[in-house]
Design a protein around this ligand. Structure first.
Ligand code: OAD
Length: 264
């Protein structure tokens, strides 16, 4: 990690009244939730996430896709927020007019204490039916761990909607689908009015989410990035902090406000 850069950007954090933290799959990687570009493992090793996460895949084989989402929910339930998620919540606590915008469908920001997380790509834990209009649906009881880990877990029928009997689908944004309008509007508003945007753990290639740091930069905000690898956002960022979220974010919070996140 580049401590020198961390020390240099800490005053920017301390001075900013409106901060946006924009996160992607990389912030949950150290909690054991695989990123979208990682290969699937175990039962799902021969599948491609980018093909399962589509309306076409659900239409063709709802049991297969629902089984995959049960597996993903089970992984997230087992995961715990890491030091990166906790540091984001500390920024929010320190700078009340800050906003967390995430592309992640897990609930690790909420479990770390974030109040404002805008979920641009929906949530694993808020299913809805495929009917028009769509009804929010309750999550069924999670299958037993043995089922999730066995070939039987590869095909789990989705429940039916209690209101209209249509199939229930995951409440996430699939490839080719639009983003929830209220979430996108709130994210664009926050990006337009912030002074500082931190892009964390995102490859910056999936639009329109990837537009958010660019909107902030165009509106005059300083954009910083935390990622161990170069990304499509490098050119937009004033500083690229090359390291993992769980290493860099706590160091940044400590450099800005002291080791416990309070002003030193
Ligand atoms: P990606 O999987 O595209 O990228 C993950 C990023 O995290 C990469 O740039 C990694 O270098 C970085 N990374 C990995 N480990 C990290 C760590 N420990 N700390 C910090 N960064 C780390 O994830 P997203 O950009 O979130 O969309 O992907 C965006 C969207 O693509 C997803 O929301 C999903 C997918 O298609 C939909 O499902 C609609």
């Amino acid at each position: 990690m580049e401590q020198e850069f961390v020390e240099r950007v800490a005053p920017l954090l301390r001075a900013a009244r409106r901060i946006v933290v924009c996160t992607g799959a990389g912030i949950s990687a150290e909690s054991g939730v695989p990123t979208f570009r990682d290969d699937l493992t175990g039962l799902w090793a021969r599948f491609d996430a980018q093909q399962l996460a589509t309306p076409e895949a659900f239409h063709a084989d709802p049991d297969l896709v629902w089984g995959w989402y049960e597996w993903r929910r089970a992984r997230v339930r087992r995961a715990r927020p890491n030091a990166g998620h906790l540091a984001v919540a500390a920024i929010e606590a320190r700078v009340p007019a800050s906003t967390v915008i995430t592309q992640n469908v897990d609930d690790l920001h909420e479990r770390a204490g974030s109040r404002t997380a805008i979920h641009l790509h929906g949530s694993l834990f808020a299913p809805r039916c495929v009917g028009v209009p769509a009804h929010p649906a309750a999550l069924p009881e999670p299958p037993d761990d043995e089922v999730i880990g066995s070939p039987e877990g590869r095909r789990i029928p989705p429940p039916r909607c209690a209101s209209c009997a249509a199939l229930v689908r995951p409440g996430v944004v699939w490839f080719g689908e639009g983003l929830p309008e209220a979430a996108l509007t709130a994210a664009v508003d926050a990006a337009t009015s912030c002074e500082l945007l931190l892009a964390v753990g995102t490859s910056g290639v999936v639009y329109p989410a990837a537009e958010i740091p660019r909107i902030a930069a165009r509106a005059g905000a300083t954009v910083l990035q935390v990622n161990p690898e170069p990304t499509a956002l490098d050119a937009v960022c004033a500083v690229n902090l090359r390291g993992t979220a769980a290493q860099v974010l706590p160091a940044l919070v400590a450099a800005a406000w002291g080791p416990d996140g309070h002003t030193a």
